[in-house]
Design a binder for this molecule. Sequence first.
Ligand code: ZN
Length: 248
Amino acid sequence: MMEPLSRLKTLLGKSSRLVVLTGAGISTESGIPDYRSPGGLWEKYSPVYFQEFLRDENARELYWLQKKELYEQFHAVKPNPGHIALAHLEKTGKLLGLITQNIDGLHQEAGNSAAKVLEIHGNSRITICLSCRSEDPWEKTHERLLKGEKAPRCLSCGGLQKPATVSFGEPLNTDTLNWAREWSESCDLMLVVGTSLVVEPAAGLPRIALLSGAALAILNLGETPLDAEADVVVRGPAGTVLPGLISA
Ligand SMILES: [Zn+2]
């Protein structure tokens, strides 16, 4: 029997419609903690739910205070060799798309084009008006926070401004989800990287791929509920394993 790494390499070589699904594990190597792990962000902050954000100015101010602090902690993080290897996959023409649970924007910064990346939980580097949907880069909104605004509103329509991430209690974007399902149905290989596959809806996408006849490869440090059904499981850090697989 072939070593898991050689099997994964063979699968990647054969694939012509590859979909990659990434989670927090790929970004921990860039220094972003997994917020669900012990010592993670939500042990420090109590999350503001979307409904509270909509109805209560105090909740909005608390929310923005948290986001401002997170931004100041994490805005300088850079893509790691794992992100860069995945960006290289797009250049090979095999990549149907990359679906991520992460909100850090590091896949695009590594070189993946926006059209190939679906961010099912949104992107923390953009702020959006909940009324007219106009977008600003985080830096612009951050300037306003530094000047003393506590819960910024849209400069064109006065609507509530919010980072373009999905909050607790906020519905996911239906179009994004539909695309993610469509890619999962159309791929010939799904490569799962750095996610333990316990959080829906991302956890369901590899099942869709399997049911549609695709091969499934899992690269993660820990076990996942789909290991037994995967064609290959590699245990290891994405930043070390992926560059060896993809550049060679
Ligand atoms: Zn607006």
